[in-house]
Design a protein around this ligand. Sequence first.
Ligand code: PEP
Length: 249
Amino acid sequence: MRKNIVAGNWKMNNDLPQTEALIDGLKSQTQTSNAEVMIAPTFTNLWHAFEELRQSKIEVIAQNMHFAENGAYTGEVSASMLKSVGIQTVILGHSERRAYFNETDQLLAKKVDAALANDMRVIFCFGEELADRKSGNEESVVENQIKNALFHLEGSAFKNIVLAYEPVWAIGTGETASPEQAQDMHAFIRKTLDSKYGSEVADNMTILYGGSVKPNNANEIFSKPDVDGGLIGGASLKAEDFFAIVNAF
Ligand code: PEP
């Protein structure tokens, strides 16, 4: 079912004391919207964050995982390891993973399969680079990212997938896609899903926008009919800003 979700991606920020302080800040906020709220701390703080927020409505999620169950993959973390510390949802395909860690659509397809096989929910990220948009290729780039990583799945698998459209040129840059640009792309994503899986999958898909969402622009972006929420980077590191975005619904 289509939902409103606001997820904070903390990236490689916040050691344990900072995580504790930010969680205290989050706990002191009042939620006035119905959005599902999630935060993604670093691996080392997941268990602590999960325990701290166990009684709250904030879900603790992971920023990444490996596709293998276990084995000789030094430095990696598997789906079952995440699940063993209470994590049910994982972000996959973030543009920073694609750009700095060479994650391809083919690798991401394997990660998606592993997460779903472990009954996890996936927030699958994709989005065009500035050059793609300048050359008018943003739709074909996005279409290929979705097709390559997800179109091997059965339609029923999509109930455990959330899509996050994140134009790379808008991430951490302070430059946001206009609400109209976000709406146009989200409508195109829904059309792409419809053409392969039909309207039930397309209409029920939760599609988040990510890219410099802040308290002062969230309301306008979230007011667009095909924008179901946001994946928030920088502004998720301040409890007040994050909850101003959560409450923008
Ligand atoms: C992100 O990293 O997913 C993101 C959207 O970052 P920011 O909000 O800082 O642009």
